[in-house]
Design a protein around this ligand. Structure first.
Ligand SMILES: CC(C)(COP(=O)(O)OP(=O)(O)OC[C@H]1O[C@@H](n2cnc3c(N)ncnc32)[C@H](O)[C@@H]1OP(=O)(O)O)[C@@H](O)C(=O)NCCC(=O)NCCS
Length: 327
């Protein structure tokens, strides 16, 4: 009997309808379509309008994932919501997702691993499934960074987009998670962070005036560690299962910047055709980027049973990692 592994049996995505192009951004800050495209690969991103929240995007994506899995919400045992932009500081956004879906038999929590969120969520789901404490886990990678972006800061506001992706996982034979590795380098915690609103700098008139409720990033330094850390993590998961980079059918990296992806391709010696990219139309959607990419690949009929798929991501923390799946 083939080994049972944690496998994706349903997946869904939600992108808000409003498109913000680089040309729109030219009217907001001192930037240009040309700068953004050549430095990041992004042409446009989606921005959630008033009335749409992290939980609402999550529920849309989750319904699609449940439908594909052929499950009712009550069959979900665990909801893992991966986000750094929750509806509220507490309770967990998982609670709001549970309520709106009607997933009354699930327990749940939020995971805060920024852009590495989906990888963290998938790996945590795997632990619950392998110990038998959950049969069906709903993992949501969701981010609404537009609400914590400083729209006067050209170095960050051009990068991010809003989106949600959701996956239902359960134990399956002959497919699923082959290996995953998670890492955290807290020595670099301040490369990407949101200064105020926590216990160090509670909200005050001063924090608002000083624009401290918006994310800050030293993009150039993130860039430098991103390739090395993600590249190493991918090599490790390949070693775990005795595969070489050319035996991977697809690498789906977190969509942060097309130059990071290009450097990763070079580092790993992969052929560019095997690396999925959609940053052009989504921007960096943080925890949502990998599941959103997988949904697109499925829609384009790029995913076939038996294929080996590598995932890798890195974000604030610095939290990062890689995983290998057999589809
Ligand atoms: C943010 C990022 C695109 C910036 O690209 P970069 O090549 O590193 O650019 P730098 O930050 O060195 O800035 C270069 C110049 O462009 C300017 N610049 C920054 N943003 C700009 C914008 N939107 N439009 C025009 N010019 C801009 C800077 O002010 C700087 O000007 P200066 O040389 O006169 O000081 C890039 O560092 C990046 O993508 N990093 C990774 C970030 C990331 O993915 N973070 C999330 C983690 S998943």
């Amino acid at each position: 009997m083939a080994e049972r592994r944690t496998a994706i049996v349903g997946i869904g995505a939600y992108l808000p309808p409003k498109v913000l192009t680089n040309f729109d951004l030219e009217k907001m800050v001192d930037t240009s379509d040309e700068w953004i495209r050549t430095r990041t690969g992004i042409r446009e991103r989606r921005i959630a309008p008033e009335g749409i929240y992290t939980s609402t995007m999550s529920v849309e994506a989750s319904r699609q994932a449940l439908q594909m899995a052929g499950l009712r919400p009550e069959q979900i045992d665990l909801i893992v919501c991966c986000t750094v932009t929750p509806d509220y500081p507490f309770p967990a956004t998982a609670a709001l997702i549970q309520k709106d879906l009607g997933a009354w038999n699930a327990f749940g929590f939020d995971v805060q691993a920024a852009c590495a969120g989906f990888l963290y969520g998938l790996t945590m789901a795997d632990q619950f499934i392998r110990t038998g404490s959950a049969r069906y886990v709903l993992i949501v990678g969701v981010e609404m960074l537009s609400r914590v972006t400083d729209w006067q800061d050209r170095s960050t506001c051009v990068l991010f987009g809003d989106a949600a992706g959701a996956a239902v996982v359960t134990a399956a034979e002959g497919r699923g998670l082959l290996s995953s590795r998670l890492y955290l380098d807290g020595s670099l915690w301040d490369l990407i962070y949101l200064p105020a609103g926590g216990t160090r700098l509670p909200a005050s008139e001063k924090t608002v005036q000083e624009r401290l409720h918006f994310l800050r990033m030293r993009g150039n330094e993130v860039f430098r560690v991103a390739v090395r850390y993600m590249g190493r993590a991918v090599r490790e998961v390949l070693e775990d299962v005795g595969l070489t980079a050319d035996q991977v059918d697809w690498l789906v990296p977190h969509q942060a910047n097309h130059r990071i992806t290009q450097a990763l391709i070079d580092y790993l010696g992969l052929s560019a055709e095997k690396v999925y990219a959609n940053i052009e139309y989504t921007g960096n959607t943080s925890a949502a980027s990998i599941p959103v990419a997988l949904v697109e690949m499925l829609e384009k009929d790029l995913l076939r049973p038996g294929q080996v798929i590598g995932l890798t991501a890195l974000g604030a923390g610095i939290a990062y990692g890689a995983a290998l799946l057999r589809w």
